[in-house]
Ligand binder design. Structure first.
Ligand code: FES
Ligand code: FE
Length: 364
């Protein structure tokens, strides 16, 4: 079962915050049911497990003093690598135990206006999403949304194409376009993708209003799934020559809380005022349509090994391929944690992020 707390998901990138919410005021975020503190030190987004190694106080209630994070309880200070630099109760020049350091992730990256954490060495790199730096594209961020739907369920849904005429009835779905073209699935390392054609109600084409273009238009879809909960979608419209790109990042925050981040970019809106904002609002409506179904499930997991006997057809090829990819990811994680394996994927400093081991050490 793939859930919001599956340990193998530590070996993946996850979006944990919007960039502008990471400031010099420490803030708590959740990932895989582990609390993290995020803070901007010297202009760079940093993340640590939100637990002071002294008496386990949350560092997210601490403060930034200069370029150091100061715990709110007894004032221990940590630099931007998580190394303890001061224990005020011991006075100047005191020995600082080497284990008095914060647990850091394998890496933190800031891209696309979002902050990402990889708790352990990730299987898939962050998407390049080059279009976000292309001036011909207009870019917007959709509303960041929290739901109790499982992150894996949301990605599984994103890989699915057969629900469009039934779920997206008020947005882009075409009621009588029920047949799914079975695009070939291409597997490439820790990535699967598929390209297929489908009709689309293109409300965003400015030439539709004047009747020069029909509302229902052919379009080609390329979906990319990875060994994580970040996906990419590229829609190409034959009539307009337009390209619509979506970066979809779904974060398993807690067992029953998932956060959805979506960045969109289009090159066919002619910079008309308010157009890209309208497309973002339409994407919010599309997500709401999906959530209407997904939030009715009793179980927030995805059954990778199909113990429940779900029936898949060729119309489900991409979601099945993604499930197989995630199964491989779980197996790779299990192998890396086997006693005989040489594990080089640990966090940079401190305890494993999956186990908040509480030890007491007396400092002379
Ligand atoms: Fe953080 Fe004591 S708990 S300094
Ligand atoms: Fe959908």
């Amino acid at each position: 079962m793939l859930t919001n707390t599956t340990p193998a998901l530590r070996r993946a990138w996850h979006c944990v915050a919007e960039s502008d919410s990471v400031t010099d005021t420490p803030a708590r975020v959740w990932l895989l049911d582990v609390p993290w503190v995020v803070v901007r030190i010297g202009g760079i987004a940093r993340a640590f497990v939100d637990r002071c190694p002294h008496r386990s106080a949350p560092l997210s209630i601490g403060t930034l003093v200069g370029d150091e994070l100061q715990c709110a309880y007894h004032g221990w200070r940590y630099d931007d690598t998580g190394t303890c630099t001061a224990i005020p109760a011991l006075g100047d020049g005191a020995h600082i135990p080497s284990r008095a350091c914060l647990t850091t992730p394998f890496a933190v990256e800031e891209r696309f206006g979002l902050v990402f954490i990889a708790p352990l060495k990730p299987l898939s790199p962050l998407p390049r999403a080059d279009f976000l730096g292309d001036d011909t594209f207009e870019v917007a961020r959709c509303t960041t949304t929290r739901t109790h739907v499982g992150a894996a369920q949301l990605i599984d849904n994103f890989m699915d194409a057969a629900h469009f005429p039934y779920v997206h009835t008020a947005t882009f779905g075409v009621a009588d376009a029920t047949t799914v073209e079975s695009g070939e699935v291409v597997a490439d390392g820790w990535q699967v993708s598929s390209t297929f054609s489908a009709p689309y109600r293109n409300h965003d084409d400015p030439l539709v209003d004047g009747g020069a273009h029909p509302l229902v238009q052919p379009h080609t879809v390329r979906k990319v799934g990875r060994a994580d909960f970040i996906t990419e979608l590229e829609l190409s419209f034959e009539l307009t020559g337009g390209s619509f790109r979506i970066l979809y990042a779904v974060t398993p925050e807690r067992a029953d809380t998932t956060c959805v981040y979506k960045v969109i970019a289009r090159n066919d809106l002619r910079h008309a005022p308010g157009r890209i904002e309208k497309v973002a609002a339409d994407e919010d409506a599309i997500l709401a349509e999906d959530l209407l179904v997904l939030e009715r499930y009793d179980d927030a997991s995805v059954d990778l090994s199909n113990r429940s006997g779900e029936i898949s057809t060729r119309a489900d090829r991409l979601s099945v391929a993604w499930r197989h990819l995630m199964m491989r990811a779980l197996e790779a994680d299990a192998e890396s944690r086997a006693p005989s394996s040489t594990n080089t994927d640990r966090p940079n400093v401190g305890d494993s992020v999956s186990t908040s081991v509480r030890r007491t050490e007396t400092v002379a």
